[in-house]
Design a protein around this ligand. Structure first.
Ligand code: PEP
Ligand code: MN
Length: 364
């Protein structure tokens, strides 16, 4: 994919930390935009402002945004703050209106990314237009849909592209509104290393409490930016009021975050890291050799079962094995949930070895 780095389309100093995009969930009034936007600008930590004009709501009768009436306010906000403005678009009509209002950056929302017809219509409406586009992950945890939307943009000629991780809608997300599944954006980064990935902790959390923790996790993973909702009076916000931070709170939180870099030029640190990595390499070789030996034993068990006409799957043995592996993990100080996940995979492979089934790779 031909992708331009963030610094080519947003004026920010990468050495100072991640790109920060902030602003209200929804544009509600010119006053609200100016009060919030000017405080964010004053903090000196925000490089782009956001505000939703068309709000995709899961249920009807919620505030659905003010539509094109709010676009002139955003133009005014840009002039007053000097910061670029980004807006969500969900149809070619939105694109047309946003382009004629001189919006600087567009983003595709999570619900839209889920729908390839709509994403293609939007991509078609962007052909020949040089505007940056940020694509949020789809609401369901499917990497292919996210990739597909990015590819449709790229095929329309968009080179100023970024992805936004805003978590996934799960049936039971626990305390988070849309829990992050970091391995999905990590896999996206592995597939397209040049693609900037921005984390949206506001929609991940759904409330103010864990936003800082999620921001720090995103920075620890080397994400390129943060998109955070901010409202001068969150309790009165017309949408997502529980998750918006005042500009002052956002500012102090940003100051507490510890920024990270992928590499250093400290040779002592590098050689220490290399020593530790060598240790890991040796341990991993041992683990793989042990797993191989384990599978040889499994294969003997399989032969014995065939002779006795005993089923490969014996549920009580599986339950017993899982329980004991969790216990051992707990005793040695390893996360028992990790042991369960690992042994689910090992057990799957054991079943495959015993039944002689071909290996079927999991497709995202
Ligand atoms: C938003 O950014 O306000 C929004 C609606 O986000 P998402 O598409 O992630 O739900
Ligand atoms: Mn929102």
């Amino acid at each position: 994919m031909q992708i331009q780095p963030l610094t080519k389309w947003i004026d920010y100093d990468k050495q100072q930390g991640p790109l920060v995009i902030a602003g209200p969930c929804s544009a509600e009034s010119l006053d609200q935009l100016l009060i919030t936007g000017q405080s964010l600008k004053k903090s000196g930590q925000v490089s782009m402002l956001r505000a939703g004009v068309w709000k995709p709501r899961t249920r009807p009768n919620c505030f659905e945004g003010l539509g094109p009436d709010a676009l002139p306010w955003l133009d005014h906000l840009r002039q007053v703050t000097g910061l670029p403005i980004c807006v969500e678009v969900g149809s070619p009509g939105h694109v047309e209106a946003a382009l004629s209002a001189k919006i600087d950056v567009l983003w595709i929302g999570a619900r839209t990314t889920t729908n390839p017809f709509l994403v293609q219509d939007i991509a078609n409406s962007l052909k020949g237009v040089d505007i940056p586009v940020m694509v949020k992950n789809p609401i369901n945890p499917q990497l292919a849909l996210w990739l597909g939307a990015l590819e449709r943009m790229e095929q329309a000629g968009i080179t100023k592209l970024a992805a936004i991780h805003r978590g996934f809608s799960l049936f039971d997300g626990g305390p988070l509104r849309n829990p992050p599944l970091w391995r999905i954006p990590i896999e996206l980064k592995r597939l397209i290393p040049k693609l900037p990935i921005i984390c949206d902790p506001s929609h991940i959390c759904g409330s103010r409490t864990k936003i800082e923790e999620i921001c720090q996790q995103a920075l620890d993973l080397g994400m390129d930016g943060l998109m955070i909702e901010s409202h001068h009076n969150p309790d009165q916000a017309l949408s997502d009021r529980n998750q918006q931070l005042t500009p002052a709170k956002l500012n102090s939180m940003l100051k507490r975050l510890i920024t990270k870099r992928e590499y250093t030029d400290d040779q002592q640190f590098d050689s220490k890291l290399e020593d530790l990595r060598n240790k890991i390499d040796h341990l991993d070789r041992e683990i793989i050799e042990l797993l191989h030996r384990r599978m040889e034993v499994v294969s003997k068990i399989g032969d014995a079962k065939i002779k006795k006409r005993v089923t490969v799957l014996q549920l009580h043995r599986l339950e017993d094995l899982m329980r004991k592996r969790r216990e051992i993990a707990d005793q040695v100080g390893l996360n028992p949930d990790f042991a369960s996940e690992l042994y689910t995979l090992i057990h799957e492979e054991s079943v495959r070895v015993q039944t002689g089934l071909a290996h079927t790779p999991t497709v995202q």
